[in-house]
Design a binder for this molecule. Structure first.
Ligand SMILES: [Zn+2]
Length: 400
């Protein structure tokens, strides 16, 4: 089948999720006050999208477009996610095979590799967004280790052994020692956090928040060290950042749209109650100074904001259109379109569908010539001058 099809994604109720953003996008009541963490749009086996093929018939998206090389998500981060790193493709292939040979079941808690794929990610902020991303540059990390008295002891380790020695030390040290070092720091900052005296641009804000969520009596999460070692990044709506293989990162707060390779390979480094395989993590973390490359795109001649990625697996872009504004483009592979704000009429000349709260997404098959119009489509009751946002996700290298 060819054409454009309304697409229904899959909701993930992870406990770090927010309560209103995704329900509002889907026009769902959330009287039970459940966390709505992620909305998956794609063909992942753990979250197969459904497309409306005719009348009231819905079919698996895969039946229309085959397996997609990418997975599009909306994330609403209320509580921070674990610190994580994703492997490269060759590493993932080898390690996936190794775990298969060792007979570790796919759903075992100590299983690191769920598939043989890498998982590069590009995220675009929908709200103000906070995250940790890569190790701070040398001067900044040195300043942090000097400024925080409880972390002074790590200064010689870093100056002599660099990032790897520093990270290895905190990840391998016995948990009693982690607790001995971090407990006084947390005792010092917790009153400021509780009294609202810490700013979100201060890592201590996030360290104190993490401690409340992840620490148990006498046990302190070693991920709190990383809150001080990594870059704390603050994105404005519309800004993006790419997470490639090896870059440690953690989402702290905010909503985003995220496009990634179709994979679930995550190695964790703290701020979690899940399995941590320190040796495997150390093998993959890029222990190097990182300057976060925040992307603030300008529109191209078609009004499309491109978020370039250095991998061939996917492409993501955004249209920001005022009421009545039109665009036209050809789907150069199976594409997913997602309207996160306002309304968007789509037509391929045969059928016409409306993306709006309730049904914000559509699947477009390869080669379909599409036109889209923002706004109310002539509905006079709808206020004018509203901006609509349309995300465009596609796979593979192609020209636009
Ligand atoms: Zn990630």
């Amino acid at each position: 089948m060819k054409g454009i099809f309304p697409l229904k994604g899959v909701i993930k109720h992870y406990d770090w999720g927010g309560f209103s953003l995704i329900p509002e996008m889907l026009l769902q009541e959330n009287q039970a006050h459940k966390p709505y963490a992620e909305y998956w749009m794609g063909t992942h086996p753990l979250g197969m999208g459904q497309v409306k093929t005719s009348g009231s018939n819905w079919s698996p998206a895969e039946d229309i477009c085959g397996p997609l090389p990418y997975l599009l998500k909306v994330l609403d981060v209320r509580d921070m996610l674990s610190i994580q790193v994703h492997p490269g493709r060759e590493e993932a292939e080898a390690a996936f095979a190794r775990e298969n040979e060792a007979g570790i079941p796919l759903d075992a808690p100590n299983r690191n590799y769920k598939d043989p794929n890498h998982k590069p990610e590009m995220m675009v902020a929908l709200s103000e967004f906070w995250l940790l991303h890569g190790f701070k540059p040398e001067k900044e990390l040195t300043d942090t280790l000097e400024k925080i008295p409880e972390l002074n002891r790590f200064l010689p380790v870093f100056l002599q052994g660099g990032y790897k020695a520093l990270y290895q030390q905190v990840m391998e040290m016995p948990s009693t020692e982690v607790h001995e070092i971090l407990a006084p720091l947390l005792e010092r900052i917790q009153p400021d956090y509780a009294a609202g005296r810490l700013d979100k641009s201060d890592p201590s804000y996030w360290a104190a928040k993490a401690a409340l969520h992840f620490n148990k009596t006498g046990v302190t999460d070693r991920g709190i060290f990383s809150v001080y070692f990594f870059n704390l990044v603050h994105l404005q709506p519309g800004q993006g950042i790419f997470q490639g293989a090896g870059v440690p990162h953690a989402y702290l707060e905010g909503a985003n749209v995220e496009l990634m390779a179709n994979s679930d390979n995550v190695l964790r480094g703290g701020l979690t109650s899940k399995h941590i395989d320190v040796q495997e993590l150390l093998r993959h973390v890029s222990c190097a100074a990182t300057r976060p490359a925040v992307i603030s795109p300008l529109p191209d001649e078609k009004g499309e904001y491109q978020y370039p990625v250095p991998v061939p697996d996917f492409r993501i872009s955004l249209f920001r259109l005022n009421d009545g504004a039109r665009i036209a483009f050809k789907a150069d592979g199976p594409e997913i379109l997602l309207c996160t704000k306002g309304k968007m009429y789509l037509t391929d000349g045969v059928s016409r569908i409306l993306l709006e709260p309730g049904f914000p997404a559509a699947l477009v098959t390869e080669g379909v010539q599409l036109s889209a119009e923002a706004g109310n489509g002539g509905d006079e009751k709808q206020p004018r001058g509203v901006e609509s946002l349309l995300f465009r996700a596609s796979g593979g290298i192609h020209k636009r």
